[in-house]
Design a protein around this ligand. Structure first.
Ligand SMILES: O=C(O)CCC(=O)C(=O)O
Length: 305
């Protein structure tokens, strides 16, 4: 049985909700910017009318039932994400047809592939694996024209938790079917979130298991402020770069996310990668410290704010 966070120990604020705005400029002014930006749920995203039928169980079985898809399997339905190396003891990818996947959701035993307690998730699925299913879904008009779209993925599952992690891109998560519960934490809470070290397995993930918080090991975690929402079809969550997200899909749901980078963010990435690359080469600790101090100073005391 997948454990969700109904007993979340802190009172979470609700993420602001706004009707979809008309232009990328309007979005960037209040939300999608590195200075005063913040998460927001945008409501009323127009979905093609045929989606209800197309994304129904019958519609999906009819059009994609025989298509082989990569499906991630995880114990207790807790899935990791990110580009870092995965722990092979906890996660594996299995190929199965979409029809086999749907049959499997009913949890009939014995199952030749899934052990007791394991769940599967059509996870970070590239659009080309799904044929023409979502080809008429335009990129959001809120992504600035000069931005670089890094990736777009589909997520289809039931009884899954995507464990808390942050990404190093801007993100729109659009719900197409079912509901998704999301908790976000600001990067300002970094010190309360106990991340794995950069470059290690599952870096960008917190070490705190949200379903059973160990207060002794992670004493500051309860100080972190959570922001919550439940996404419904036609709602799109803006997850700003570096915001930690924990995502629950209790009943069957489908969503699509788009990661993008503004030219300003690309420059910051480049500077950061260069610095980390030098540090990884084993630069003397005092040089590392100076680099970090200069960077910190530039961040907190900018010359031209
Ligand atoms: O929907 C999910 O389960 C995960 C989505 C996610 O982690 C993302 O869009 O970055």
């Amino acid at each position: 049985m997948v454990r969700t966070l109904k007993d979340w120990p802190v009172i979470a604020d609700q993420i602001e909700r706004r009707p979809l705005m008309a232009s990328a400029e309007e979005f960037a002014k209040e939300y999608g910017n590195l200075r005063t930006g913040r998460p927001v749920v945008l409501t009323g995203v127009p979905l093609p009318p045929s989606y209800t039928e197309r994304l129904s169980d019958e519609g999906l079985r009819r059009t994609l039932g025989d298509v082989m898809l990569p499906v991630m399997v995880a114990a207790e339905g807790q899935f990791a994400t990110g580009t870092g190396p995965w722990d092979p003891k906890k996660f594996r990818i299995v190929e199965m047809t979409l029809s086999e996947y749907f049959d499997r959701l009913q949890g009939k035993r014995p199952d030749p592939i899934l052990a007791e307690g394991e769940r599967c998730y059509i996870y970070q699925c590239p659009p080309n694996k799904l044929g023409t299913l979502l080809e008429d879904l335009p990129l959001s008009h809120l992504i600035p024209a000069e931005a670089n779209v890094v990736n777009r993925y589909t997520w289809m599952g039931e009884g899954t938790i995507t464990v808390a992690h942050y990404d190093t891109e801007e993100n729109f998560l659009l719900q197409l079917r079912g509901k998704k519960r999301v908790l976000l934490f600001s990067p300002a809470d970094h010190d309360n979130l106990y991340f794995n070290r950069n470059g290690t397995v599952h870096d960008r993930h917190t070490r705190v298991d949200f379903t059973k918080v160990d207060d002794e090991q992670f004493p500051n975690f309860r100080k972190a402020r959570a922001y919550e929402t439940v996404l419904e079809p036609g709602e799109m969550l803006y997850i700003p770069i570096c915001w930690l997200h924990h995502i629950e899909t209790p009943t069957f749901g489908i969503s699509v996310n788009t990661w993008w980078m503004t030219p300003e963010l690309l420059k910051i990435h480049y500077a950061f990668d260069t610095l980390c690359g030098e540090i990884d080469k084993g630069v003397r600790p005092e040089v590392q410290r100076m680099c970090l101090q200069v960077m910190q100073d530039r961040i907190f005391n900018p010359v031209n704010p």
